[in-house]
Design a protein around this ligand. Structure first.
Ligand code: XCC
Ligand code: SF4
Length: 658
């Protein structure tokens, strides 16, 4: 009791304009204070991040410890077992990679399980929607498609992709997509992944006390495991989801909390696996459930998404998206949410308490994820509607019993989403010559300086959305085409950058390309597993020619400016291992000036991989990425072309002025 009181008096009031630039979230945080509700923003401001953990200078891998080293004097001490700072940091980092990779690959495996049961005819509520993509992917993997039944092709594809997970020896199937020279680098360094189960298991083994105690060797397995995510589990998740639910093509859609409707039953699906969301889409369109909602006095049922499965449904079907990771508690504060259904990943336990405050029903649906205080209605894929219908029915009851004032921020932002790798191919190349050549041409002639992937989470340790938005604006202003996924995509969508008219914020070269094609300067590719679309795009750019032979040669860079999850670390590591310079913000869990730090931030590049970068400042981040892009342009001998383009522009402007 005494203690509790103490923390209460210490609790700081939140300075809302310091923690978010999302107006809707800010409005809800104000309401939270009035309502006496606490969110992750409040908890972050009242709990300093553990400084030893932040530097990754501690180890608790055995009970001789936990051992605490000093970030200020990293080589002054070792752990009880003798582990050095480099071993300890490398092991901690490796376990983040293992966990992140496990999350993506387990998700991918669920999609593959669903696919198998659909093909076998055991599941009838889902079906193969995109047979063209099915055949394309099968062909790429060397499966015969000519004159064969879809079912047979699908079964062969299943068997082939299963190797991504369970294969004991040999390269994973999608290694076939990796540019020759990149694959050579992997082979030389012994990091081409086998099955992800084996890679993750081996990484967990090697980071146990008394096994791998050389940071270079641990990093090697980090690369292999991360690649088993990017080119394995994540890529399978994306490709199978496209085959089952359709490959995204551009679609106009709204984001932000203004997508909620006071006079409708509002249902949010939040999580990562599209099977729940797809079934919910059927449920909310069921005439009998719509009728039930109307009988309860609602105008209808309004389904919206959050986080990654939200970003997927936004891209695939134009389903409105109400906010990214740091808005999931805030949106409940509207009081307008009648039910929130969640599956896996990035679901804050804090949601349960906020939902309870507003009488919102929070449902877990996946056997992997339960939350104390939330009701569990499991999604069984052979009868998914039982789960999603029941969530709708519960939501209708909550609607009928709404007894609190509702406040919905009146903010909605329209944009164009759904740029799959296939569509970029088609859009730039035109119907008859679908190809990445025009993209490469525009990079070579300098209209587009390079391509940047800006992805990842939001994090209460930095001002929500601000780093994403400033970074992306700076990049496009400098003619860097930006591709996005996940919570970052939503940040920029809220800032209005997914409108084609946002092209005026781009440099003159990029602006010209956007206007010719009619595309926004920022392209959203979907959820975090859809980062695999960026890998495929990079492969295509290398394959088409003119920009070098490996991904490491390309004028591209990546960033996760507001990252928070272990998944982000796995993504960062697979981009680095694929050859991409990748910059993270917020914090980096390694002590600078250690050998392990030098390996990640420099040594890997010397081995033919990419490398890591770090800064919290979006402008510095953009500068680092552009500098890297320019370095690659110079190495390719295309830096002159760009100078000429800029001169042409200047000349033209001079002419126009005259
Ligand atoms: Fe999670 Fe995927 Fe991060 Fe968003 S970006 S906070 S991982 S929901 Ni993927
Ligand atoms: Fe300490 Fe070594 Fe045990 Fe880690 S593994 S807790 S460094 S004794």
């Amino acid at each position: 009791m005494e203690k509790e009181k103490k923390t209460e008096t210490k609790a700081k009031t939140l300075n809302i304009s310091d923690v978010t630039i999302c107006d809707a979230t800010a409005q809800m945080l104000k309401k939270a204070e009035k309502d006496g509700v606490e969110t992750a923003f409040h908890r972050a401001s009242n709990m300093k991040a553990c400084p030893i953990g932040a530097d990754s200078a501690c180890c608790k891998h055995c009970s001789m410890g936990p051992c605490r080293l000093s970030a200020k004097d990293p080589y002054g001490k070792v752990g009880v077992c003798g582990a050095t700072i480099d071993t300890i940091q490398a092991r901690n980092f490796a376990r983040m990679v293992a966990s992140g990779a496990a999350a993506h690959t387990d998700h991918g495996m669920s999609m593959l399980d669903l696919f198998r049961e659909v093909v076998n005819g055991n599941i009838e509520d889902y079906a193969i929607k995109d047979t063209i993509k099915l055949e394309e992917v099968a062909k790429e993997l060397g499966i015969e498609v000519e004159g064969r039944e879809i079912k047979d092709i699908a079964m062969d594809l299943y068997k082939e992709l299963e190797r991504t997970y369970i294969q004991v020896e040999g390269e994973i199937p999608f290694a076939k997509r990796v540019p020759e020279k990149t694959l050579e680098t992997w082979r030389k360094n012994g990091v081409v992944p086998r099955g992800s189960m084996r890679e993750i298991m081996e990484l967990m083994h090697r980071t146990h006390i008394g096994v791998d105690q050389h940071y270079e060797n641990i990093t090697k397995q980090c690369n292999r495991t991360a690649l088993a995510d990017g080119w394995g589990g994540s890529m399978v998740a994306t490709e199978i989801s496209d085959i089952l639910f359709g490959t995204p093509t551009p679609v106009k859609a709204d984001v932000n909390m203004g997508c909620l409707k006071e006079d409708h039953v509002n249902i949010i699906i939040h999580g990562h696996e599209p099977n729940l969301f797809e079934s919910m889409l059927d449920s909310v369109n069921d005439p009998s459930l719509i009728e039930a909602a109307k009988e309860a006095g609602a105008q209808g049922i309004n389904l919206v998404g959050m986080c990654c499965s939200g970003a997927e449904m936004l891209s695939r079907h134009g389903i409105p998206h109400v906010g990214n990771f740091m808005s999931t508690e805030a949106v409940l504060i509207t009081g307008a949410i009648d039910a929130m259904g969640v599956d896996v990943q990035c679901i804050k336990q804090g949601l349960a308490k906020v939902a309870d405050c507003y009488g919102t029903k929070l449902f877990t649906t996946n056997p992997r994820c339960r939350i104390e205080g939330a009701e569990h209605i499991e999604l069984h894929e052979h009868k998914p509607r039982e789960c999603t219908d029941s969530i709708v029915e519960n939501a209708i009851v909550r609607f009928k019993n709404r007894n609190m004032p509702i406040e919905i921020p009146n903010i909605k932002n329209t944009g164009i989403h759904g740029f799959s790798h296939e569509y970029i191919n088609y859009m730039l190349g035109g119907t008859f010559r679908a190809s990445y050549s025009p993209l490469n041409d525009n990079i070579i002639n300098g209209r587009i300086r390079g391509v940047a992937g800006v992805v990842g989470c939001t994090n209460p340790r930095v001002k929500q959305d601000w780093v994403h938005i400033e970074l992306v604006k700076e990049l496009i202003r400098n003619d860097v085409l930006v591709v996005q996924t996940g919570c970052s995509q939503i940040a920029l969508a809220k800032a209005g950058l997914y409108k084609p008219e946002a092209a005026h914020l781009a440099g003159s070269g990029l602006q010209e390309v956007c206007e010719t094609v009619g595309m926004p300067p920022v392209l959203g590719l979907g959820s975090c597993v859809d980062n695999s679309r960026i890998l495929i795009a990079c492969s295509e750019m290398a394959r088409i020619g003119g920009l070098g032979d490996s991904i490491a040669d390309l004028p591209v860079a990546g960033a996760a400016p507001e990252w928070m999850s272990e998944k982000a670390i796995s993504i960062g590591q697979y981009f680095v291992a694929s050859g991409v310079f990748t910059v993270f913000g917020v914090t980096f869990p390694i002590v600078e000036e250690t050998k392990f730090h030098k390996l990640l931030f420099q040594g890997l590049e010397e081995m033919g991989f990419g490398k890591w970068g770090f800064t919290v400042d979006p402008y510095e981040m953009a500068r680092m990425m552009i500098e890297h892009i320019d370095k690659k342009r110079k190495a390719l001998g295309i830096d002159k072309a760009r100078e000429r383009v800029l001169m042409d522009m200047a000349d033209r402007q001079k002419l126009e002025a005259a």
